[in-house]
Design a binder for this molecule. Structure first.
Ligand SMILES: [Zn+2]
Ligand SMILES: [Zn+2]
Length: 165
């Protein structure tokens, strides 16, 4: 089920105690070398209340996603657990486009922010990852191909490497 990130504004306004909501579902991301597939999901617990025009949102989330090594393209399943609190003055314009004149407020931008803040910009499976062979595509962490040797011999420049330049 797709993640439904909309909350009725009136429910927040009418609640005298913080509104506690549990929302979960599919939440797609594609950021740097991280992405989601069919089985990935986000599970969130939100606490929302408004006081003197300040909207307070506490979000706890659990999120599963995949990462692909930038060098060898191997995939890894990941899970993150994070939380963050937001405070917004709803009387002035905000980056999250929260407007209490609308029937619903959409918490999607908050969820995205938490997730993206906690992803590496470049995932590498290991500092020692040797990557793929540029010629035959073999994963050099698994087997060593002999392209390098062969290439040196066959290269038109190979004779140059024998000269002392
Ligand atoms: Zn790798
Ligand atoms: Zn190779």
């Amino acid at each position: 089920m797709q993640f439904d990130s909309k909350i009725k504004t009136i429910d927040i306004v009418n609640s005298s105690t913080p509104l506690v909501i549990n929302l979960s579902g599919k939440f797609e991301i594609s950021y740097a070398n991280h992405f989601t597939d069919e089985k990935d999901f986000v599970n969130t617990i939100l606490e929302i209340f408004i006081e003197d025009s300040i909207l307070n949102i506490d979000i706890n989330l659990e999120f599963t996603y995949q990462s692909e090594c930038a060098r060898c393209l191997s995939k890894k399943e990941n899970k993150m657990k994070n939380s963050k609190s937001f405070k917004l003055n709803i009387d002035i314009e905000n980056d999250y486009e929260i407007n209490f004149d609308n029937e619903y407020i959409d918490i999607e931008p908050f969820i995205s922010e938490i997730i993206i803040d906690n992803l590496d910009t470049l995932y590498i499976c290991s500092n020692k990852c040797k990557g793929l062979c540029g010629l035959c595509g073999t994963n050099m962490n698994e087997i060593k191909c002999n392209c390098e040797e062969k290439n040196l011999k066959e290269s038109p420049f190979s004779s140059l490497s024998q000269l002392d330049l």
